[in-house]
Structures are given as structure tokens and as C-alpha cells.
Design a protein around this ligand. Structure first.
Ligand SMILES: NC(=O)c1ccc[n+]([C@@H]2O[C@H](COP(=O)([O-])OP(=O)(O)OC[C@H]3O[C@@H](n4cnc5c(N)ncnc54)[C@H](O)[C@@H]3O)[C@@H](O)[C@H]2O)c1
Length: 343
């Protein structure tokens, strides 16, 4: 199977490509390279499985680019809430319109399987109850709104000739050479390593689901190879029930992996968004899927990488590892225009 992986140079894409190739799939990547300045570490596995990649914007993909591919795994978007809020118009252009157009082109060239990386952020503000895939969505940001719109528009295309699958990922954690320090476990682990101190600005009481980056890759792989009838048009939350934590528990798990790290807790926050997510469906209905990692495994793996590369504070703070910083830098230095196209 030849898979067209968009966002192949992103945090998840850089781990996904080798993950699929090790399992015998061929990968053709696409990425516009917003974060190409950031690469945290190398190893032989990554080098052995680096895919052929088209350097192009999602909005400029043609049907010709997709010819010869059997499936699409679509990851290329402006991904996370602050990035979406930074420019909601361009977020809609890329994340909503660009994603739907990609699905239409894929279907036009006869590609049936289309795996879309959605997000648990579609659930928005909850009350701490367990939410499953039938819960009402309640997006709070442009990023989450676009995820809902893509699920709706591409979901309507499901039929005998098209088999989309929607993966609502929890917040990811774990090492990737295309590191991101703007997500909670990666950020707290880097803080613990560089300062031996996690100072929380709130009391850390809200619930958050998190998921290991390789469990996301496994969910994508299983969605690509599953029989059509098992997945056509389906939505799956991606994670494991036991990886729903209160934010202060996440801080405790991370601190325990970094000897000498102290935690301080702040006052209750006005931001009381809190939700827990049920991951029963993916474990019961996606053939072959089982989440393998926990937050503790992720924090340990991050510590091992930081030790190996002797990570400095400067590296932790480097713009290309924090999405909003990097895109603001590309705008401020006139490298991308108002529509986020390269000049
Ligand atoms: N990381 C998480 O916690 C998480 C959680 C839920 C869902 N997701 C989703 O998974 C997908 C991948 O996430 P990630 O963390 O790897 O994101 P990322 O930002 O690290 O990577 C996205 C990649 O897409 C590329 N890209 C962005 N806009 C593009 C465009 N217009 N044309 C071509 N390439 C473009 C970027 O250059 C980048 O390499 C995203 O759709 C994201 O919303 C991620």
C-alpha cells in the first residue's frame, strides 16, 4: 500500500512515516516545511526510513500529486488552538477548505481510504464527565471548529467509492525529532529537565486526556489497513481511558521521572475547561488496535532523549519547537505572506 502522508515533517508525521514503512507500507510525504529549522535528534531508524517528500502547500496539491497512491493519511494543518486563534481566516483556509479539497481530489483519482487526524478538542468545555464519540461537540476555537467542519463535510462523502476515518486524538506526548514543546507533557518534561522545577499557574484540577505519539501512529496504521466495513465514516477517540489525568497528576508523573524536580501549585484558575474522554470504541471496534504507552513511559523516554543530547535551555526555547513562535517568526521576517504562503 502506498500512502500519501501530509504533514510528514511535523511532530507526528516524522514518527509516522518510519512507523508505516517499518510495517511494509510505502510512504509519499507532503509538507510545506514551516518548522524545517527544528530537528531535535537523529538515529539510524529515522534515517533508514525517510520517505520521498513533495515540498508543497496543501492548498496547491493537484490530482497528479496523488496518482499512484492507495490511501491518504492527512495531518498537514495549522495545528493547535493558539495557532488557530493567531489567524482564524487562514486556519479555515488551510484546515477546513484545504482538507476537504484534498479529500475530493483523493476520491477523484480513485483513492478510497482517507484517514483524518481530528482532535479531542472538538469536545471543548466539558464538566469532567466521560465523553464518548456520541457526545455533542462543542468547539471553542477556530482550530476545533475546523476539525468539526472537516468531519462533517468529508463524512458526507463516505460511500462505496470512499472510506474516510476520523481519529480524534487526545493531546500527544513523547519524543519526535520534530519536537514540539507547546504540548503539556513535552513542555513539563523539558521544564523539569532544564530547571528542576514545575511551577503551575493554576491548581491543576481540570481533567485532560493525553496519548503517546506512537499510539497515534498505531491508530493511523490500523485505520489504513482495517477492512472497509469496520471503519467507513467512523469516528474514533484515540487514547486510553487510564491516560485521562488531572493536570497536577501529569505534573507529578513528570516530576517523578526527573530526580530532584519540585512542583508548586497555583490558585484555582478561571479557565475551568475540564473533560475526560472514553476510549472504549477504538479498543472494541478498530481491528488490532491497543494503546501501549502511558504518560510515565513518555516522560521517561523524553528524559532519555534529553540526557542523550544534553538538551539546553536554549534548545528548549528554540522557536521551531513551539509552533506559534515559529509562525510568528516567519511572518515577522517576511518569509510567509498574509495567507501563510512562502514569499
Ligand atoms: N500533537 C497533538 O497533540 C495533536 C492532537 C490532536 C490532533 N492532532 C492533529 O494531528 C495532525 C498532526 O499534528 P502535529 O502535532 O504533527 O502537527 P505539527 O504542527 O507538528 O505538524 C504539521 C505539519 O504540517 C505542515 N503544514 C501545515 N500547514 C501546511 C500546509 N498548508 N501545506 C503543507 N503542509 C502544511 C507543517 O509544516 C508541519 O510540518 C494535525 O492535524 C493536528 O491537528 C495533533
Amino acid at each position: 500500500m502506498k500512502v500519501f502522508v501530509t504533514g510528514v515533517n511535523g511532530y507526528i508525521g516524522a514518527v509516522l512515516a518510519p512507523y508505516l514503512m517499518e510495517r511494509g507500507l510505502t510512504v509519499l510525504g507532503l509538507d510545506t516545511g514551516y518548522y524545517r529549522d527544528g530537528w531535535l535528534y537523529s538515529d539510524n531508524r529515522l534515517l533508514a526510513f525517510s520517505p520521498q517528500t513533495i515540498n508543497k502547500d496543501l492548498r496547491a496539491i493537484t490530482e497528479k500529486d496523488l496518482e499512484g497512491c492507495d490511501a491518504v493519511a492527512h495531518l498537514a494543518e495549522l495545528s493547535n488552538d493558539p495557532l488557530g486563534q493567531n489567524n482564524p481566516a487562514v486556519t479555515h483556509q488551510i484546515n477546513h477548505k484545504g482538507s476537504v479539497a484534498l479529500a475530493q481530489k483523493a476520491r477523484a483519482v480513485g483513492i478510497k481510504r482517507f484517514v483524518y487526524t481530528s482532535s479531542c478538542s472538538v469536545y471543548g468545555a466539558g464538566t469532567g464527565e466521560f465523553l464518548d464519540e456520541t457526545a455533542k461537540v462543542n468547539p471553542q476555537t477556530a482550530y476545533a471548529e475546523c476539525k468539526v467542519l472537516v468531519e462533517q463535510d468529508v463524512g458526507k462523502m463516505a460511500g462505496a467509492d470512499f472510506c474516510p476515518v476520523f481519529l480524534r486524538n487526545a493531546t500527544a506526548y513523547g519524543p519526535s525529532p520534530r519536537m514540539r514543546f507547546d504540548i503539556v507533557i513535552n513542555d513539563l518534561s523539558a521544564l523539569a529537565w532544564t530547571t528542576k522545577r514545575i511551577a503551575m499557574i493554576s491548581d491543576g484540577s481540570p481533567w485532560r486526556p493525553v496519548v503517546h505519539i506512537e499510539d497515534i501512529c498505531e491508530a493511523i496504521y490500523r485505520s489504513l489497513v482495517a477492512p472497509e466495513d469496520a471503519v467507513r465514516g467512523k469516528v474514533f477517540n484515540v487514547g486510553r481511558n487510564s491516560d485521562n489525568y488531572r493536570v497536577r497528576e501529569i505534573a507529578e508523573i513528570v516530576a517523578a521521572e526527573f530526580p530532584g524536580c519540585e512542583i508548586s501549585v497555583g490558585p484555582p484558575s478561571a479557565d475551568n475547561r475540564s473533560y475526560r474522554v472514553s476510549f472504549d470504541r477504538i479498543h472494541n471496534e478498530l481491528p488490532g488496535f491497543a494503546a501501549r504507552f502511558t504518560a510515565k513511559d513518555g516522560a521517561r523516554q523524553l528524559r532519555e532523549i534529553f540526557e542523550r543530547i544534553q538538551m539546553t535551555d536554549e534548545t528548549f526555547k528554540f522557536r521551531a519547537f513551539t509552533r506559534l513562535k515559529q509562525l510568528k517568526y516567519l511572518q515577522a521576517t517576511n518569509q510567509i505572506d498574509g495567507d501563510f504562503n512562502w514569499r
